[in-house]
Design a protein around this ligand. Structure first.
Ligand SMILES: [Zn+2]
Length: 320
């Protein structure tokens, strides 16, 4: 496999397995582990043009909503919960922790919740989203983080929520986050956990593998190593995420049962499919309901073992 590890510069890597893309199921990619530092990446690296096709409107959702009714409400609930968690970690005193940046902010839902709490909110995203109440008073930067040229130490918090695995150079993103955060500033990162039970169990069918949009696949060891290298101290770590892990198990099991229809149930849940009441949807939903008890059990067992399907790390920028 071509390419160089962005974490250590090693060119050698071992192919762990290969799998189809999660949109059409027809283009194959390899999942490879760096021989020196263990960082796992997708190969061959798709071109920017090829990747662009995997980030069409159906990926983000059309208009203000990504999912149909109840799923959208659940997404909003978890964003509000996350905003409260970040607020509690930033402190609520006057002048404390007021300026936040969400890298890979999607439709800006989390930033909207933080804005409503009084934070000055900035977001970086590759696409522009329909303006509306969601993005009011949020400064949205379209393009790459490095092109934003933020000042040194100008943010109190940087959030990279299920986005780092999508970036062409995640190591550079962490380095830039360290530069623009103030000393003691908060870095909140969530990624799929490649070291999880779900990843081991489902391999190429694992929902959170999401080839080829996920260019990198982190474990607690590889991500913590990158954070420490740039002067971050991890202050909180968990692999529990009810928002991601339970559905991840259900869709992964469906993928394993019907490998020619990757993420079909997830696609039907999206608003753009317009098929939420179709017979196909009802069939998938019935299957999903049968899998749910197993997903709930796996959620508890894997989370307690530190092998849940998501990795959530809160870090502080240290004095160097
Ligand atoms: Zn490496």
């Amino acid at each position: 496999m071509n390419g160089q590890c962005p974490s250590c510069g090693e060119t050698g890597c071992d192919v762990l397995f290969s799998g189809p893309d999660f949109d059409s199921g027809t283009v194959r990619f390899a999942v490879c582990r760096c021989r020196t530092c263990g960082l796992v990446r997708t190969g061959p690296r798709p071109s920017d043009e090829e990747l662009g096709r995997y980030y069409s409107v159906p990926y983000y959702g059309a208009g203000q909503a990504k999912f149909s009714g109840p799923a959208e409400a659940i997404t909003r609930f978890f964003n509000n919960l996350r905003a409260k968690e970040i607020r509690s970690r930033l402190g609520q005193g006057p002048g404390e922790g007021r300026r936040v940046l969400d890298i890979g902010c999607g439709r800006g839902r989390l930033l909207a919740a933080l804005r409503d709490m009084g934070y000055e909110c900035h977001g970086v995203e590759r696409n522009e989203f329909p303006a509306g109440d969601t993005t009011r008073d949020i400064t949205l930067h379209i393009g790459d983080l490095k092109d934003c040229a933020f000042e040194n130490g100008s943010f109190d918090a940087v959030i990279i929520w299920h986005a780092l695995e999508h970036f062409g150079d995640p190591v550079e993103t962490v380095r830039e986050s360290a530069r623009i955060l103030r000393k003691g500033g908060l870095l909140a990162i969530a990624v799929p956990n490649f070291g999880s039970m779900q990843s081991s169990l489902f391999r190429r069918n694992w929902f959170h593998l999401d080839l080829p949009r996920h260019l990198y696949h982190f474990t607690p060891q590889t991500l913590t190593g990158i954070l420490k290298h740039f002067g971050f101290a991890v202050v909180s770590s968990t692999t529990f995420s009810a928002e991601q892990n339970i559905f991840g198990f259900v869709q992964s099991a469906l993928n394993a049962m019907a490998p020619r229809c990757p993420n079909r149930f997830y696609s039907l849940l999206k608003k753009t499919s317009g098929a939420a009441s179709s017979a196909a949807f009802i069939g998938w939903a019935a299957l999903a309901a049968c899998i749910f008890p197993f997903a709930a059990a796996e959620y508890l067992v894997s989370g307690i073992a530190g092998k849940g399907a998501s990795l959530i790390l809160y870090s502080r920028k240290q004095d160097l």
